[in-house]
Design a protein. Structure first.
Length: 208
């Protein structure tokens, strides 16, 4: 039995149009995300077979494969929930206050997030995360599916900046893709993720 399974989208393929086309959503979910799920399961199978045979020559590569594919699975599973046909606007409550505290105001946050997203060299994600040590929000680039993640930072909102996420709709104009995303961000879900991150962070990393 597979350890990882492809989750259903929480909306129809066309629900995010005109900001993201049904064609992209179908390919992105059914093909790209599924490939990561299959890859993570295959990596676990390869590691199990290597242990059973006592053959550890390739375990480092299998481990890297596992990290990459599991990262792709987890990132996309989070990403789908952070988009909504009823999204957009600005966050409210604790998330709005946290953004103001960390970046000054929402407009400045948007500018910094856009700069980080459009400045990614190659493939990766732009991420708004909660720094569980400082108790602040930070924005960072995640390369590929797992690289460059700061220690102790939990994702609150993240945007897929791999070309397969936008190229059919926006070609190579990343800025137009990011601008469109603001219309469908599920800020309610992001706020819930912040609350969960704050709860998980209490005494988790630095113990007094």
């Amino acid at each position: 039995m597979a350890t990882y399974t492809l989750p259903d989208l929480p909306y129809d393929y066309a629900a995010l149009e005109p900001h993201i086309s049904a064609k992209i959503m179908e390919l992105h979910h059914d093909k790209h995300h599924k490939t990561y799920v299959d890859g993570a399961n295959k990596s676990l199978e390869n590691l199990r077979e290597a242990r059973e045979k006592g053959d550890f020559a390739a375990v480092n590569q299998y481990t890297k494969d596992f990290s990459f594919n599991l990262g792709g699975h987890v990132n996309h599973s989070i990403f789908w929930t952070l988009l909504s046909p009823n999204g957009g606007g600005q966050p409210e409550g604790e998330l709005a206050e946290a953004i103001k505290d960390s970046f000054g105001d929402f407009a400045t946050f948007q500018k910094q997030f856009t700069a980080v997203a459009t400045g990614i060299q190659g493939s990766g994600w732009a991420v708004l995360g909660y720094d569980s040590v400082a108790g602040k929000l930070v924005i960072y680039q995640m390369y590929d599916q797992a690289n460059n993640v700061p220690a102790g930072v939990l994702p609150v909102f993240q945007l897929d900046m791999w070309e397969h996420a936008f190229y059919l709709d926006y070609l190579n104009v990343k800025a137009d893709y990011v601008k469109a995303i603001w219309n469908i961000v599920n800020w309610e879900e992001a706020g819930q993720r912040l609350a969960t991150a704050q709860e998980q962070a209490t005494g988790l990393l630095i113990r007094k």
